[in-house]
Design a protein around this ligand. Sequence first.
Ligand code: FAD
Length: 428
Amino acid sequence: MNPRLAIVGGGPAGMMAAIRAAEALGGQAVVLFDKNDRLGRKIYLTGKGRCNLTNRRAWEEFAPHIHPNQGFLKNAFRAFSNEDLIRFFETDLRVPTVTLQGQRVYPASLVAGDVAHALERRVRELGVDIRYRSSVGSLAELHDFDAVIIATGGKSYPVTGSTGDGYRLAEEAGHTVTPVFPSETALLPKDYDPGLPGLEMKNVGLTLYIDRQEVMHEQGDFNFTDDGLESGIAYHLSRRAVWALYNGQRVDIVLDLKPALTEEQLRDRLLRNSQPTDVSSARQNLSNPRSSSGLKNLPLHQAHARQLAGNSAEKYLERQSLLPKALIGPFLRANPDLTVDNLPERLKRWPLRISDYKGYERAVVTAGGVSLKEIVPKTMASRLRPGLYFCGEVLDLDGDTGGYNLQIAFSTGSLAGASAATYLLRSV
Ligand SMILES: Cc1cc2nc3c(=O)[nH]c(=O)nc-3n(C[C@H](O)[C@H](O)[C@H](O)COP(=O)(O)OP(=O)(O)OC[C@H]3O[C@@H](n4cnc5c(N)ncnc54)[C@H](O)[C@@H]3O)c2cc1C
């Protein structure tokens, strides 16, 4: 009887593995199991429905976005790189692509379903035996097969079928699974101001502190949502923030609303932009109304030391065009002791104590997983059991948002499929 390969999980990693294995062995030698009634269910949700397929950066710039061990991915990336992936989609799958901001690559249609359909169509064309609605509960069920690839994904968005089954299957084969935790997920500030959700923050800075030590700084965009700080640079911080919270450490994030300007430059700008009305507004806002009469003759810098509060503070900030209008309320509530003098510092240091994070139901990716120490990076083969391979998010390998996670799935899937086929052809 011809050798047969079982692939558990028909996400991007499993489908790519199936394509490579079927190209080498013929489709009838490959059986692909998935829980759902269609393949790649998670792909439909990716990139906000547009599917950020990969990132076009060269390896040197790509690698720092891979965690916790970028070196592990190097072989798989070389064997099937981001440029190879783009060629594969354009030529083999007939899915044109487009490269947008930040070197992010999408299908030109900007429809994620096109990616999932094209992959599933290719798997079918190659004659792979697809078993829909088939959940593999144990490796023992696959005793008829000569090789097995585990491509079950992580635990995030479990509605898509990724419920962490692969960790159990790996342990059954004697593999170590490192602690798993949600990543690329929302970070919830303590006493979250109700005025913040819905605000989109553009070109700001975020600095992460763990146990009061600065560990990371990012500049760019993020959103305040109902769940806290989300997407963009907030997601980039979330991996280390969630891990710290998971370990009971203190997590703070400091928001810099004006990363392009120093405090000095901000102060100069405030003084330059100050009009007589601003100074009198600031004067009128003195906490001690009795002293306001004496302010008339105060030099400008002294007036600036005075407190800003209430309506005129709002007007002052509006006139200075320092903040988006909707942010002024939350900013003033966070800074009840605001003065014109401390304003530059407060604009650059808005501390947010992080008390919680959104779990797997909303996390883009699962960090942790099958220990990389027990996997051969050149083949994706288990070091413990011949004929067993792993690929995709089930591994202790994850990336930042920006197309890195799908490239991990495609590169490791391609390598696992090709290696399993070579193993089977050799062992016949
Ligand atoms: C909302 C969202 C948006 C995202 N956007 C992007 C993006 O734009 N770009 C990017 O690079 N990454 C993105 N990601 C991450 C990316 O989708 C994943 O990292 C990637 O899908 C992982 O691929 P995978 O094949 O390893 O696992 P999955 O895609 O999770 O697929 C695993 C498959 O295995 C099946 N399965 C599980 N257990 C069993 C079992 N016991 N038996 C049979 N089948 C089983 C599941 O049904 C599933 O189909 C996003 C993730 C989410 C949740």
